[in-house]
Design a protein around this ligand. Structure first.
Ligand code: G3P
Ligand code: MG
Length: 270
């Protein structure tokens, strides 16, 4: 057994910027979280046509931009003019798609810790992973420790990259080997140990709905960190913490306090 060192990062993150309270993947959403004491955030990064990463979840603009067309057909400067706030509520009309660079500068300026989900459109996994790692490593260059692949050596302000796409994680590692990376899955697959090792990931990020206490214990006993998405009830948050989960993201910023902590950190997997 190799127990992971203590999770150095915040434990409760606003999902997609501001959870359900604001339009996803916008600076306005991150500000809403900040107003509620959230100084940690998960968001999605996708490539624009000019290979500049922007914050976006869907490959098309239909749902959040209320217009047709693929994100990958527009340059970042064009996306920065598209309203992705009005679909949520009138108060957010005029909120536009931010670049990853602008978002990370906002996070640094406000001491907000980011978990950047690399969200490639199919076929662009490696390009998206490389571009996200490149932008992130430039903005956080002063914090990245060369030996950072080891889980006890991260500056707690260093962003955590994550992705469902193994090729995106591999490309990110090639560009910025010392940025921590997590592998995202829906259900914990049987080969999780082998894949985390192959990808050089420090954490497994899983859908809490399928997670069991035994899986959580095994992941922690393997010396890996465990992140859950998207936990929206305080009771469930306490449960996954009791199982040994290190952190989670939530849409329920109005029900889950940003400073929620495990009752007895890591007690479940000793
Ligand atoms: O990073 C965890 C979570 O965001 C994954 O799901 O679809 O909200 O990006 P999704
Ligand atoms: Mg996400």
């Amino acid at each position: 057994m190799s127990v992971a060192p203590p999770w150095p990062f915040p434990r409760v993150l606003a999902h997609r910027g501001g959870g359900a309270l604001a339009p996803e993947n916008t600076i306005a959403a991150i500000k809403v979280g900040l107003d509620r004491g959230y100084r940690a955030v998960e968001f999605d990064a996708m490539l624009a046509a000019d290979e500049i990463p922007v914050l976006m979840h869907d490959p098309t603009l239909e749902r959040t931009g209320r217009i047709g067309g693929a994100v990958s057909e527009l340059a970042a400067a064009e996306l920065e003019r598209i309203d992705v706030g009005g679909w949520h509520s009138p108060r957010f009309i005029g909120e536009t798609v931010p670049t990853l660079e602008r978002t990370l500068r906002f996070c640094r300026d406000h001491d907000i810790w980011p978990n950047i989900e690399i969200k490639p459109v199919p076929g662009f996994e490696a390009a998206t992973g490389a571009a996200v790692a490149s932008v992130t490593s430039q903005i956080y260059a002063d914090l990245i420790r060369p030996e950072g692949e080891h889980t006890d050596r991260f500056d707690p302000r260093t962003p955590l990259l994550s992705s469902f796409a193994p090729d995106a994680l591999i490309a990110a590692r090639e560009v910025a080997p010392s940025l921590p990376r997590g592998w995202l899955v829906d259900e914990v697959p049987s080969q999780w140990r082998k894949e985390l090792t192959r990808l050089g990931c420090v954490s497994l990020h899983t859908n809490h709905r399928h997670l069991t206490a035994a899986q959580a214990r095994d992941i922690k006993r393997a010396g890996k960190w465990l992140f859950c998405y998207t936990v929206n009830s305080p009771q469930r948050a306490r449960t996954v913490f009791n199982w040994g989960a290190d952190a989670f993201c939530t849409d329920a910023l109005d029900r889950i306090p940003a400073d929620l902590t495990p009752a007895s950190p890591a007690a479940a997997y000793r």
